[in-house]
Design a protein around this ligand. Structure first.
Ligand code: SIN
Length: 332
């Protein structure tokens, strides 16, 4: 009788040890896949890698970050869908790529709204800017922070000095109706295409031009297949780092806090890189002599401003006048 009791106790102890070990092995660290479309030597690429390193340092054994650059895992059109399905946990799409989820972020696409990146930064940190981080909540996405890339320039197969020069040309745009309206306003044809296809479209002359930042034009070699770049600074290309509400809420509170801290540091690092790259990559393109950089006179620039200005009114209802006014005021 006693022997049977002892055998049962030993067997129970062995089983519980096995179960505990088994569940620890099956659990393992949380894997956080970060998917993006740009090269590693860009502000977003560097920010994502920094985030991965900080998490490896501070949350070893609890969270592992895996970064997938260059649309390796998901391209523009799929990443948010994939996030909601749990196939990827984090990304930082351009603010122009959220319009299926909210119309509010279209504000960042309005042409000539922000004078420079310091104004973009000021607006993003204002109450209205912070409010926009929550604009995806209802769709199951959590906005964790903004990340800069920079001001956009116009590259083309023809010199663009005044709006009339763009007439009839085909421009690749991100999936944004505001950007479509912006090019229609100068009688050009906008084509919504994924970032991964832009180089080939330019190289094969399927399109005439595109708009992008110095770092994207350089890192994706658009300047090698575009003889002219107009330094227009007409718009901004920034990102929102997002995750799914389901994933974020599944994390332990202490892990969530550490991840957010690491992300904020990685974003600050990425923003420094963005500012430096806007200068360095511009210079590298000039040095390459592959593209001519066109500077606009004040009168020429005013023509672009005037031609594109009606776009603000067109989207005022969707974005909100109060929001546009707040962003405009950030220039003062
Ligand atoms: C990006 O910087 O993430 C891509 C921008 C673009 O699609 O032009």
């Amino acid at each position: 009788m006693l022997l049977r009791k002892i055998t049962t106790l030993v067997a129970t102890a062995a089983l519980s040890t096995l179960l505990v070990t088994g569940s620890a092995l099956a659990g393992g660290p949380v894997v956080l896949k970060f998917s993006h479309v740009v090269a590693e030597n860009t502000p977003k690429g560097q920010m994502a890698n920094k985030f991965k390193d900080l998490v490896a340092e501070r949350l070893a054994g609890k969270v592992t970050v895996e970064v997938f650059p260059n649309s390796q895992l998901f391209g523009d059109n799929k990443v948010l869908e994939a996030m909601l399905l749990g196939d990827v946990q984090m990304g930082a799409p351009a603010l122009s790529k959220f319009s299926r989820y909210t119309k509010k972020l279209q504000i960042f696409d309005l042409p000539f709204l922000f004078k420079d990146m310091s104004v973009v930064e000021k607006f993003q940190k204002s109450p209205k800017g912070l409010e926009l981080l929550d604009s995806l909540k209802k769709k199951g996405l959590v906005g964790l922070g903004y990340l800069h890339n920079g001001m956009k320039q116009l590259s083309s197969s023809k010199p663009l000095r005044v709006p009339a020069d763009a007439k009839g040309l085909k421009f690749r745009i991100m999936s944004s109706d505001v950007l479509a309206a912006q090019f229609k306003a100068v009688n050009a044809t906008p084509l919504k295409k994924p970032f991964s296809e832009v180089f080939t479209l330019l190289q094969t002359k399927a399109i005439d031009g595109q708009e992008n930042t110095w770092s994207n034009i350089y890192s994706k070699k658009f300047f090698e297949v575009q003889p002219y770049i107009t330094e227009s600074n007409h718009g901004v290309l920034d990102y929102m780092v997002v995750t799914s509400k389901e994933f974020w809420m599944s994390l332990d509170k202490d892990v969530q806090v550490e991840l957010k801290k690491a992300l904020d540091e990685a974003i600050a690092y990425g923003n420094q890189i963005a500012a430096q790259k806007a200068l360095d990559d511009r210079q590298k393109i000039i040095d390459s002599k592959r593209s001519e950089i066109i500077q606009l006179s004040d009168a020429q620039r005013n023509q672009w401003v005037e031609a594109m200005k009606p776009v603000w009114e067109e989207f005022e209802k969707q974005i909100g006048k109060d929001m546009i006014d707040a962003a405009y005021q950030a220039n003062m």
